[in-house]
Design a protein around this ligand. Structure first.
Ligand code: PGA
Length: 255
């Protein structure tokens, strides 16, 4: 099946960076300088407090704003969380879910990520669902086992119809923010494996329609090699998405 049938997505993850001034200037700069390739979906994921600002700046532009997490309930006693309805209020169509920083620092589990995935889908929000192994797992040869378990548990009870609205981000934890990228072959191998797991869970056609992104120290220099791979349909980019020039180079590398 042809890679061209899948959506190409370049998503920046700003994490806990950029105050009002930096959010405004960076998004204004991106709006006016980034290439608007009609076949590439460009997403910037901002801290929730900056969603109103970011969506107002990017309104009527090709930049889509994403949340970095979203709760599974629509409302209630969940201090510190934001609900899918609140994202709907601002027209936010994406949320990162299950990022390894949420899993390792804030106790997010496969089960809680699964609930969030379902809550998002039920409210028209497309999950950018993150999976990935830690260094020890890569070294002891259990990468496939680990990512399979994360994919199966994270997508539990997600129908074939709904899974077409999920984007998967394969992010080896040892490559995140470390400057140590997976080689294109390592990334391709695991993204291809994830696609085979999706084919087992759903079917080939469905698996071939789901975009799988690579994340972990993707930058202007290494993006092309990674993005040229058959099973890598885009990137989830942390550090390099904070600088317009670097992010622009990564978008160009989809050509
Ligand atoms: P990085 O972050 O590009 O800075 O490694 C990627 C991510 O955490 O999504």
């Amino acid at each position: 099946m042809n890679k061209n049938l899948r959506k190409v997505i370049i998503a920046g993850n700003w994490k806990m960076n950029n105050t009002i001034n930096a959010t405004t200037s960076t998004l204004e700069e991106m709006k006016s300088t980034l290439d608007n390739f009609s076949d590439v979906t460009v997403i910037i994921s901002v801290p929730s407090i900056n969603i109103p600002l970011a969506t107002s700046i990017t309104k009527d532009s090709f930049i889509n704003i994403s949340a970095q997490n979203v709760h599974f309930e629509n409302q209630g006693a969940f201090t510190g969380e934001i609900s899918p309805l609140m994202l709907n209020d601002y027209g936010v169509k994406y949320s990162i879910l299950g990022h390894s920083e949420r899993r390792s620092y804030y106790g997010e589990t496969d089960e809680s990520v699964n609930k969030r995935v379902i809550g998002a889908l039920n409210n028209g929000i497309c999950p950018i669902f993150c999976v990935g192994e830690v260094l020890e797992e890569r070294e002891n040869g259990t990468t496939n086992e680990v990512v399979k378990s994360q994919v199966v548990k994270g997508l539990l009870n997600v129908s074939k119809e709904d899974v077409l609205n999920v984007v998967i981000a394969y992010e080896p934890v040892w490559a995140i923010g470390t400057g140590k990228t997976a080689t294109a072959e390592q990334a391709e191998e695991t993204c291809g494996y994830i696609r085979s797991v999706l084919a087992e869970m759903y079917d080939e056609t469905t698996a071939n329609a789901i975009s799988i992104l690579y994340g972990g120290s993707m930058n202007a220099k290494n993006a092309k090699e990674l993005l040229d791979m058959e099973n890598i349909d885009g990137g989830l980019i942390g550090g390099a998405s904070l600088k317009t020039d670097d992010f622009a180079q990564i978008i160009k590398a989809t050509r």
